[in-house]
Design a protein around this ligand. Sequence first.
Ligand SMILES: [Cu+2]
Length: 309
Amino acid sequence: MRTRRLGIAGAATVAVLGPLLWLWQDSLLPETYSLMDMGYADYGGGPSAHGGHGGHGGRDVTRLAADAERPADVAVTMVARQERFRLPSGRDAEGYTLNGVSPGPVVRAVQGQLVEVRLVNESVPGGITLHWHGVDVPNAADGVAGVTQDAVGVGERFTYRFVADQAGTFWYHSHQMSHEQVRGGLLGAVVVTPRAGADGRTEVVALTHLYQGVRTLNGFEGDVRVEARPGRRARVRVINTEYGLMPVWVSGAPYRLAAVDGTELNGPAPVRDAAVVVAASRRCGTRPSWWPRRAGAGRGRRGGRGRAG
Ligand SMILES: [Cu+2]
């Protein structure tokens, strides 16, 4: 009798614990797994390495490039180094430079111009690339290591060519080990002005970045002052190179959110006493209705109602 009861209890335990154990075991990550087991490989109609799926023609991304015959309107050489360097603020930092500085040089073009950037990696271990954030470029110039090109190793070079078709504020940054290289300073601003030409307004690039925890604006710390005549229009091209949200506002004057991510807003209304939240990697152009005594980037006094796109 006792044996029988024990047997039933044992069977019940196994019946309950068995499936639980199985589910637990099944939910564990395997030590290794193959991507090939996760569905069929979709080559998007391009040529497949294995010949099987699709494989009707297609082009190598490295051939999706700007017109090789067209001469460059804007030509820049950027030499990348890993080094100890001095920020424009005067503070020394450990990281990466382009042409000896960080942020790197501002790439300026007029809408429709062909931009050519020759990247030379002098001493960045692990290789680098340059990705043109927000700029529509031919795939071969997109700078995504392992996807559109190989990382540019020490002693190697790579040329990026693209037509800057869209006017606006953009930025570039390394797309190889970004957590290390972008944070360390391999980045800079791209400004494309409209074909129609500037309208005589004051233009300020405001690229924010944390260097080893120190908040900077174009590499400067604290307040950065730009003089402008009263009554003159000004455009501040704000670039958030960080991972988090960044409220931006104008003190002492209403302003207009003129553009978001390289796209002009249609008839923006004046904003007063509210911050615009610029998301990670995004850009926005704010245009004070008149030049304020101080334009700030930092913690908003009021919750940001403005949307950065
Ligand atoms: Cu990016």
